[in-house]
Ligand binder design. Structure first.
Ligand SMILES: Cc1ncc(COP(=O)(O)O)c(C=O)c1O
Length: 376
């Protein structure tokens, strides 16, 4: 059997990782500024993470959501405390798309309405509702296409107001920082206006923090720069450092009913052990502060490079817009200098490293990147 050929692959196979480095089978070392697509939060093979998962799988890897699981309640308490959402409740699932799917479902149950407003260039995942709210027709099948989703312009509150005027909307979904779009920032003022408007109209505000959350922006959630409190927040990616997990944080306005949401694997013992160890490491190693300070260091230095068209982002979620092809630049960085980066669109290089990246590691990239820019 062959693999279904849907991914464009680099001809490199990392077989081992340590901190912000991965190694291929020949032992070649690569600096990882991509974090396996914003997933590696505490670094590859962190010893505390490895031990937590190994200990748990040796005890009990999985049991279903039909019995008590104190790992889930411990994780919920810890996540509530570190995120500032103590009073919210938690639903655990397995991926980002699934988290958004459940968030939209909850908003629809709660309001009895069916329409969702998303934003231009948004990416919310590839399952049915999540992909319908994603602004990319190439990945929306005829089955997924629905009149239940409309798109407004990001940072244009009048456009949002015009859409919501029909009174048919259960939710507005917005990324804390748009990632796949190339690190596009909702303005803090826009988020505050969006919060006021949705509150006034009784529309649920969903913050998709799947890429921008979990400390990546230099705060636990990127929307916290604006001071708003969304009704629902979705997370995944960095939550368990690569162990598949998604989470929905739900405000106290929502009432749970038995059977309303559910999943076989969500919140399983191994996922919770992985996620608890990620929180231990984030707290004990001050990784959110590190993301803020190393991120600012990166951004300040990148902004001094005269060849760049734009530098956007917060913390360790950075988009660098170059003249010419981002894909060519990423290949040169990878094959000539052994540095992994992410892409977004034709001209943006995305940096999404582990939150414990050091300034010295940032300098390695900055030097090679500047040299490549100088060659042009
Ligand atoms: C903002 C955002 N939402 C949702 C998703 C989907 O997450 P997953 O691939 O885990 O389903 C992604 C993944 O890139 C994302 O960046």
């Amino acid at each position: 059997m062959n693999l279904f050929d849907v991914y464009s692959l680099y001809d490199i196979e990392p077989v081992r990782g340590e901190g912000s480095y991965v190694y291929d089978s020949d032992g070649t070392r690569y600096l990882d500024l991509y974090g396996g697509h914003a997933v590696i939060s505490v670094g590859h093979a962190h010893p505390r993470y490895v031990k937590a998962i190994a200990d748990q799988v040796a005890r009990l890897g999985f049991y279903s959501n039909s019995v008590q699981n104190s790992l889930q309640t411990r994780f919920a308490r810890r996540l509530g405390k570190i995120s500032g959402y103590d009073d919210y409740s938690l639903f655990l699932c397995n991926s980002g798309a699934e988290a958004n799917e459940n968030a939209i479902k909850l908003a629809s149950f709660h309001t009895g309405k069916s329409k969702v407003l998303a934003f231009d260039k948004a990416f919310h995942g590839r399952t049915s509702g999540a992909v319908a709210a994603t602004d990319n027709p190439a990945i929306v099948s005829p089955f997924n296409r629905t009149l239940n989703v409309e798109f407004a312009r990001l940072n244009d509150i009048a456009d949002v107001e015009r859409h919501l005027a029909s009174g048919e909307f259960c939710a507005v979904i917005v990324e804390g920082i748009q990632g796949v779009a190339g690190i596009r920032m909702p303005e803090d003022d826009f988020l505050r206006q969006l919060r006021d408007l949705t509150e006034r109209l009784g529309v649920v505000l969903i913050a998709d923090e799947i890429q921008s959350g979990y400390g990546r922006s230099g705060k636990f959630f990127a929307h916290q720069y604006s001071g708003i409190r969304p009704d629902i927040i979705t997370c995944a990616k960095g939550i368990a450092n690569g162990f598949p997990m998604g989470a929905v944080l739900i405000s106290p306005e929502f009432e749970a009913r038995k059977g309303m949401l559910g999943t076989t694997f969500g919140g399983n013992h191994l996922a919770c052990a992985a996620a608890l160890s990620v929180l231990d490491i984030i707290e004990d190693e001050n990784l959110i502060d590190n993301a803020a300070s190393v991120g600012q260091y990166f951004i300040d230095r990148l902004k001094k490079m005269p060849q760049l068209k734009d530098v956007r982002g917060r913390g360790l979620m950075i988009g660098v817009e170059i003249e010419g092809s981002a894909s060519e630049m990423r290949k040169r960085l990878l094959f000539d200098h052994h540095i992994f980066t992410g892409g977004a669109g034709a001209t943006t290089v995305r940096l999404l490293p582990a939150l414990n990246l050091s300034k010295e590691q940032a300098d390695i990239f900055l030097k090679e990147f500047q040299n490549l820019l100088n060659e042009k």
